[in-house]
Design a protein around this ligand. Structure first.
Ligand code: NDP
Length: 462
């Protein structure tokens, strides 16, 4: 008789959970995976995938406008929100099926239930009440949008979870936050014709990004017609007689909108998971504490992805899952590498970035060369659109290593992926210089900025 029911039990059918369950099963391990909502997790069901589809949908309004400059006359256009929601639903359902098919083909047992820890190596299945044991348990339950309970009237607000499936497209929306989700959704709703206001507590949106890109995006969004209110917060939200939300702000008075959306960060889904019973420690934010190999404080229990609050990104969860498999099932101890993660904000224009911002690099290195180009992309010449592209390379003067690459403009995310390889490989500015340009592209600017735009010495611009 085997000592445990399973070799591996995975709690959570999102990016990290599915990858670890599928790979372990394909190695011949006896695996079960439990998901209480829908397979695919946040990324597929109410995150990256539907978001990107909505970004595409929202760009058509500008495409139609731009077409005139290229000789096209576009007829009357109309947008149908319900059709978009239905098309999105069809696509995520397809992907959800593929996730399960992959697990199934690998031989994993797929469970549609909540699962909670009840002790070391032991999990209780909420639907049947049955208890099962496993030699190893992976917790990959992700996170959820912070509901901001401290805000009076928060119950009148929506989060990104609801935003995808609203019964009607609102005429107006107020979005709180200045991070990825707030900025992306502000652009989506604006592009779909919604009167959009963004309210952010800090001086400038996207606090962890390069200052130039933050400013550049802010200006571009305002030029499109998105209202951005910085250094302000919502103090309460009430409903007026017509059912409209009224947000009472600290500095900008009352703002009435059909919807108020909170995008104030995401918190780990650890409540009620039985972590205490199993001896799994969490930090003050409720995130599971793990070591360099994703091991929790309880032997045999591992945690991956957003629930650990290391870096809340899908590819990071997948990478952590692959490292777990290498370490535990391939006798090849591998700890996740969280350095130089390329990332994109699917704002309009997009941000693509990898490595240190100018501000961070200036704190860490004595002398920097900053290469910066700001230009009108070729498409905008005929379309007449005002939008500018910004490209920046941050270079350590001492060894010419490229420390950071930052782009604002079309396809910045696509470029960031490739720049990620260059920076990971430790490329220097000289490597960029001897790379032939691809012409005519916007990306060629990255290899044709021969002289530094300015230098930073001991934190001062010279
Ligand atoms: P972020 O951490 O990006 O942003 C949260 C925002 O809320 C920040 O602007 C923050 O301000 C603000 N904030 C936090 N608490 C309060 C408060 N009490 N009052 C007022 N403002 C507050 O979180 P998101 O919710 O936007 O996204 C969650 C995560 O999901 C991201 O960190 C990202 O990793 C991931 N994601 C990635 C995407 C991508 O790869 N394209 C897309 C969407 C999400 P401050 O900056 O001052 O702290």
């Amino acid at each position: 008789m085997p000592a445990f029911d399973y070799d591996l039990f995975v709690i959570g059918g999102g990016s990290g959970g599915v990858r670890s369950g599928r790979l372990a099963a394909s190695l011949g391990k006896k695996v079960a995976i439990a998901e209480e909502f829908r397979y695919g997790g946040t990324c597929v069901i109410r995150g990256c995938v539907p978001k990107k589809l909505y970004v595409y949908a929202s760009q058509y309004s500008e495409h139609f406008e731009d077409a005139a400059g290229f000789g096209w006359t576009v007829g009357e256009s109309r947008f149908d929100w319900k059709k978009l929601v239905a098309a999105k639903e069809q696509e995520i359902t397809r992907l959800e099926g593929l996730y399960q098919k992959g697990l199934n083909n690998a031989g994993a047992e797929i469970l549609h239930t909540r699962a909670e820890l009840v002790g070391p190596n032991t999990v209780r299945l909420a639907d049947s009440g049955k208890t099962v044991t496993a030699e190893r348990i992976v917790i990959a339950v992700g996170g959820h949008p912070t509901p901001h309970d401290a805000l009076p009237g928060h119950e009148h607000c929506i989060s990104s979870n609801e935003a995808f499936d609203l019964a009607e497209l609102p005429k107006s929306i107020l979005i709180a936050g200045g991070g990825y989700i707030a900025v992306e959704f502000a652009n989506v709703f604006h592009g779909l014709g919604v009167e959009t206001t963004l309210i952010y507590r800090g001086k400038e949106i996207l606090s962890r990004f390069d200052q130039d890109l933050r400013r550049g995006l802010h200006v571009a969004m305002e030029e499109k017609g998105i209202r951005i209110l910085c250094e302000d917060i919502i103090q309460s939200v009430t409903l007026d007689a017509d059912g409209k939300r009224v947000a009472h702000t600290m500095k900008h008075g009352d703002i009435a909108a059909d919807q108020v959306m909170l995008a104030l960060g995401r918190v780990p889904n650890t409540r009620g998971l039985g972590l205490d019973a199993a001896g799994v420690k969490t930090d003050e934010r409720g995130a599971i504490v793990v070591d360099a190999f994703s091991r929790t404080s309880a032997p045999g229990i591992y945690a991956l992805g957003d629930v650990t609050d290391r870096v809340q990104l899908t590819p990071v969860a997948i990478h952590e899952a692959m490292c777990f498999i290498e370490t535990e099932y391939k006798n090849n101890p591998t700890s996740p590498d969280h350095d130089l993660i390329a990332t994109a904000v699917f704002s309009q224009p997009e941000i693509g970035t990898v490595g240190l911002t100018e501000e961070d690099a200036a704190r860490r290195f004595d002398e920097l060369e900053v290469y910066r180009a700001e230009f009108r992309p070729m498409k905008a010449t005929l379309s007449g659109r005002k939008e500018k592209m910004i490209m920046k390379l941050i270079v350590n003067a001492a060894d010419r290593k490229v420390l950071g690459a930052h782009i604002l403009g079309h396809d910045a995310g696509e470029m960031a992926q490739l720049l990620g390889i260059s920076l990971k490989a430790g490329c220097t500015k000289d490597d960029f210089d001897r790379t032939m340009a691809v012409h005519p592209t916007a990306a060629e600017e990255l290899v044709t900025m021969y002289a530094p735009s300015y230098r930073i010495r001991k934190g001062e611009r010279v």
